[in-house]
Ligand binder design. Structure first.
Ligand code: SF4
Ligand code: SF4
Length: 87
């Protein structure tokens, strides 16, 4: 049975969260990611298909995966930009 507990990974510039209970394993996010950093996860989704998980080091928190997901299964949050030191 799919889990409704979200899974969150800290990535370079923010956090990647997936809701397995919403993911139908269509793979759209995986194909649209500009960094090609999503892979299939062992966690199962809505129909018993694999969900996705990012490579923490490669994800740039662009949010494209979240925007293209037809089921709103991914939420991307960004860390606040670090203030640049005054010159
Ligand atoms: S936020 Fe961007 S880089 Fe990160 S997994 Fe989604 S599409 Fe890929
Ligand atoms: S686009 Fe959404 S439903 Fe499709 S595999 Fe990605 S997270 Fe799952």
């Amino acid at each position: 049975m799919a889990s409704f507990e979200p899974i969150t990974r800290e990535v370079q510039k923010g956090h990647f969260t997936i809701f397995p209970g919403l993911c139908k394993g269509c793979g759209l996010c995986l194909h649209k990611c500009p960094k090609r950093c999503l892979t299939w996860s062992k966690t199962l989704g809505l129909y018993g298909t694999p969900t996705v998980i990012p490579d923490n080091g490669a994800c740039i928190s662009c949010g494209i995966c979240s925007q293209v997901c037809p089921d709103c299964a991914i939420v991307i949050t960004k860390k606040p930009e670090e203030k640049k030191a005054d010159a």
